[in-house]
Write a protein of this length. Structure first.
Length: 202
């Protein structure tokens, strides 16, 4: 006598539509993309608030999915090197974040263009010169001349509730610097260049 057929589970149908190997690759590529978005969001002074707001919950959801998958594999005594890929990507992302690599690398690529903009502003004799618009890989919303031959470039992708950008300061901001950026947080990049956000303290 024939046994009645058992109804197939939902997971069985999913596996027929999307082979597990392809699903794993897709999930890891998606997580890598989220991590790259996170690093890009930190490549401007103060960070790109909207991009951070989108990336964080999606990355948290991806990590939760990895945790569930890990528990499933351990419960079924499945051992696969795929389990180590997402944690490795996450650790690398955190390490790059801690050393401010996104901001420093992007600034290094744009430093020459920003230095040229400083010369253009000084040559023009005005507070803006020809410096507004795209400079290097950054979009500059406005430019401000500062005391002591300093110049501030306000980045268009401002941080949350504060202005942010780059300041060329021949004198250190710790030596009585003023001129519209009082109370700002300054991060030294190289030479006379600083990243700043208004509203913090250094």
């Amino acid at each position: 006598m024939d046994q009645p057929s058992q109804p197939q589970s939902f997971s069985w149908f999913v596996k027929q539509l999307i082979p597990p190997r392809i699903a794993r690759v897709a999930v890891h590529i998606a997580f890598l993309g989220l991590c790259l978005m996170w690093l890009v969001s930190l490549s401007t002074p103060g960070g790109m608030f909207l991009l951070i707001l989108v990336t964080l919950p999606l990355a948290a959801l991806a990590m939760f999915g990895w945790f569930v998958w890990t528990v499933h594999c351990l419960a079924n005594r499945e051992r696969t090197w795929w389990l180590a890929v997402i944690p490795a990507i996450a650790v690398a992302t955190v390490a790059l974040t801690m050393i401010d690599a996104p901001l420093k690398l992007r600034f290094a690529a744009s430093e020459r263009a920003l230095s040229d903009a400083v010369s253009a502003v000084r040559a023009s004799g005005t507070s803006t010169g020809d410096a507004r618009g795209r400079i290097g890989s950054y979009f500059i919303a406005s430019v401000q001349s500062l005391p002591g031959h300093g110049i501030a470039f306000y980045e268009a992708n401002r941080s949350f509730l504060s202005d942010a950008g780059f300041a060329y300061l021949p004198t250190s901001p710790s030596t009585g610097f003023d001129g519209g950026l009082e109370g700002g947080h300054f991060q030294h990049l190289r030479g006379h260049w600083y990243a700043f956000t208004n509203g913090g303290t250094d």
